[in-house]
Structures are given as C-alpha cells and as structure tokens.
Design a protein around this ligand. Structure first.
Ligand SMILES: CC(=O)SCCNC(=O)CCNC(=O)[C@H](O)C(C)(C)COP(=O)(O)OP(=O)(O)OC[C@H]1O[C@@H](n2cnc3c(N)ncnc32)[C@H](O)[C@@H]1OP(=O)(O)O
Length: 414
C-alpha cells in the first residue's frame, strides 16, 4: 500500500473535480494562455485513471493520470502499458515526497490493472530514473535547410500528394489507421477518443505565431500511404523571407511515400528550413538526406520505460537471438520484481521464471527498462558501469538478444 506523505492523502479525481485539476496543472506548467482559452482546451484524461493528493486543509495540491496504452508495440510483440502523464505538484507543496507517493500509487494501480509496463515522456530527464524508469527511446531533432537534397527512391514520383488544412472529421480516420499500423517498439498510439481529439485539436491560442495545422496526405492509386501534419511560420528578414516549417508528425507506409512527403515538406516557398523533432534514430529521413550533417542532428531522451511486472514484461517481447540468461535484478520500489530471473527466449518464444541459480548479469530494474525496447545495448550500459557481468560473455549475448532491427520510436509527447 502507498505510504502517504504525512499531512496529505491520496484521492481519486473525477470529472466533477476538473476545475481543481486544471488549477494544479496551471501551477505546475505555467503558461500565458488566457484562463478561458485554457479551460476550453480538450482534456485527454481517462477519469478512472486520474488521481490526486489533498493537503490537510482539503485542497487538491497534486495530480497524476495515465493513458491506457493497450497493445503498446515492443520487440516482436505488444504489451499493455500505462502512460504516466499530467504529473504536477503545486509549487507550495514541492519536495515533500508527494511525487514519490504518487509514483507508488501509480505503480500499484498499474499492476492491479494487469499492465506490465509504465511509460512516460519526461518534462525533465533527471526526475524519473530514481523510480526505476530507464531512458529507452531517444529521439532525433533535425533542422533541415530549405531544399536539402534527398536521395532518389523509385516510385516516389507516382505518389499523389494533397496539401490541405487539417479537417479532423475527414482526416482523423486516415491518420489513425496509418499511425496505428507502424508497430515500431515504443510507438504509442492515441488509444482513446479524448486523446486523439486533444492531439489533433488546433487552438489559435497555442499556435505561437504559426498558421493553423495543415496536413499533406499521400496516396498511391487512391490508397492512403502516408501523411504529415505541419505548420508554417513566416518571418521577414532584411534581405529575404525566412519562415520555418514545423513538422508535427509524419508517417509513411513505404519508402516512396516517405521520399514524396519529405520532398514536399523540405521545399516550401518563403521558408528557410524545416524543423523535425521526435524522429527515431533510424528514421528513413536520416538516410534520404544527402547531407545529414547540415541538418544539425540533436539527440534527446524521449520515452522512458519502467517494468511493473517484470516476468510479464519480459515475456511480452521477443529476442533477436536465442538467449538463456539469469538476471539478478534490484528494484527498490516494486519488491516483487527483485531477485533472480531466468530468461530463456528467442525470435519466437520467451519464458521467464524465478530461480536460485547464480546470476549471469546483475542490474537495476532501471537498466532493464532502458534496454527493453531494443534501442539501447546492454553492452553500452555495461561499458558505463551500470550492468555487472558475472559470467564472461553474458553481456555480449544479452546485447544481441535484447537488440532489435528497428529502433524504438514514438511520434508524439504524451
Ligand atoms: C510524466 C510527466 O507528467 S512529466 C511532468 C512532471 N511535472 C513537472 O515537471 C511539473 C513541475 N514540477 C512539479 O510539479 C514537481 O516539482 C515534480 C512533480 C517534478 C516533483 O514533485 P515533488 O513532490 O517535489 O517531488 P518529491 O518531493 O516526491 O521528490 C522525489 C525525489 O525526486 C527529486 N526531484 C523532484 N523533482 C525533481 C526535478 N525536477 N529534478 C530533479 N529531481 C527532482 C527530489 O529531489 C526527490 O529526490 P530524493 O528521492 O533523492 O529525495
């Protein structure tokens, strides 16, 4: 059971308490939005997964929620996950252990729902490692100069593009279908109507000088094959126009579509460049660009993973090569995860059982979260002193098995 921070109590927050929740959210994430505009934004939360903390005087002082990410793609399979979100503590109550109380509450409820994994995108990277979350899915940001050369892809000229203002009623089904079939490890989809509505909502108050949300849709012989959501911002310099295209999300079913979409996004009139964030490190754009260096690639942490039910989580994924390894895992927050586990797996099966056998590798649950999506090598964590090798060769074998041909990715911040 959650040990509450002295003087505070954990409570459920239902929709009737929406105004209190929004007040805490505004304290936690200050913005210059007018109150009315803020209140009018769609709230993407699932109320039965929304919790808070009240002070002794009864005021709501902290909130957190989670999204139901059923069927989150992981290497070779899927796992039911909770997407921790909307974490906020009123500044007058911070650093008293309220976040720790909320994370304990979140992990208990995630486990009770049978969700084996918790995932999040962090406001600050230094917060969540202490709670057993590992940085599992980095993202690449590019600033591509206008007209940057792209390599040719056969068939790209046959892809038909339409450039329009986003019309949610008309475009959402196509976006949902194409986004949902990506299947990359870590690729969370908008699993509820509220979440999708919030993601596609275009408020004039949150545009920050950009135009309304636009969409390029791609099709081949009438079948949708990709889309990109984007907005432009025009700036006039002394000698020329210097606008920016900001790509919100781009999805392509095949290489020809990707080539056609990027060809359009990187060469728009009056723009000096295109900003693209949250790309997987192996995104096709990094290979299509003739001069990647000119796009100033920057890497940052993106999706963090926390194993809540260790055996269920390790069973839910597949392994790139046959692996038989005993892991000794430390977990300060979820004692059921701690101890020795025998993992026997491969490309088409995975068994995880408790064992008393000597360990081959010793690591914290945080490091297991880091390698879970196949994007970070066990060998890299060993080199950094974060995984201890007891049996010679175990690190290399685990690194190959936990790796995956497709890098993890997630196209949005949740
Ligand atoms: C998934 C998401 O929703 S990400 C969004 C997170 N929310 C925000 O960034 C909004 C602004 N910040 C806040 O609301 C709060 O400061 C929070 C939620 C980040 C932290 O809440 P608090 O109640 O102050 O945290 P709490 O007192 O439980 O601290 C727990 C530990 O985390 C550490 N910690 C808390 N916040 C931070 C931070 N921003 N950076 C580094 N360490 C932090 C504390 O020092 C403490 O460390 P310890 O265990 O070694 O003693």
């Amino acid at each position: 059971m959650t040990t509450p921070t002295p003087g505070y109590r954990t409570v459920t927050v239902d929709e009737a308490r929406k105004a209190d929740l929004l007040t805490i959210d505004r304290w936690a994430f200050p913005s210059g939005l007018p109150d009315g505009a803020f209140a009018a934004l769609p709230v993407p939360l699932s109320w039965d997964r929304t919790r808070g903390v009240r002070s002794g005087s009864g005021d709501l002082v902290a909130v957190h929620s989670s999204y139901p990410f059923q069927g989150l793609p992981v290497p070779g399979g899927t796992v039911d996950a909770a997407g921790l979100t909307w974490v906020g503590v009123h500044p007058g109550h911070r650093r008293r252990g309220i976040l720790r109380t909320m994370i304990t509450d979140h992990l208990e409820r995630t486990s009770a729902r049978g969700e084996a994994v918790s995932v999040l995108t962090a406001s600050e990277p230094s917060i969540y490692g202490r709670f057993g979350y590992g940085s599992a899915c980095p993202a690449l940001r590019l600033t591509v100069p206008r007209g940057a050369a792209l390599r040719d892809v056969p068939g790209a000229q046959d892809v038909h593009l339409e450039i329009e203002t986003l019309d949610v009623a008309r475009h959402a089904p196509t976006i949902r279908a194409l986004h949902g079939r990506v299947g990359r490890p870590g690729w969370a989809t908008r699993t509820t109507t509220a979440l999708e509505a919030s993601f596609l909502h275009d408020s004039e108050h949150t545009r920050d000088g950009h135009e309304p949300l636009r969409v390029v849709t791609a099709s081949l012989d009438g079948t949708p094959t990709g889309y990109a959501l984007f907005r432009r911002r025009l700036r006039w310099e002394d000698t020329a126009a210097s606008g920016t295209v900001s790509v919100v999300e781009a999805v392509a079913r095949d290489a020809a579509t990707a080539r056609a979409l990027w060809g359009a996004l990187l060469d728009m009139d009056l723009m000096s460049g295109t900003e693209v964030g949250l790309l997987p490190v192996d995104d096709v754009l990094t290979h299509l660009l003739v001069d990647l260096r000119a796009a100033a690639p920057r890497l940052k942490d993106h999706v963090w993973v926390r194993l809540v039910d260790l055996p269920a989580a390790l069973r839910a994924r597949r392994y790139a090569a046959p692996v038989h390894v005993v892991l000794e895992v430390a977990d300060a927050m979820v004692p059921a995860n701690a101890g020795r586990w025998r993992l026997q797996g491969g490309p088409d099966h995975a068994e995880v059982t408790r064992t008393d056998a000597d360990p081959d590798l010793v690591l914290d649950v945080r490091e297991l979260g880091t390698v879970y999506l196949g994007g970070v090598s066990t060998a890299a964590l060993h080199a950094a002193g974060l995984v201890r090798e007891v049996t010679a060769g175990a690190v290399a074998r685990a690194a190959v098995a936990f790796g995956w041909p497709t890098a993890p990715g997630c196209s949005w911040v949740f």
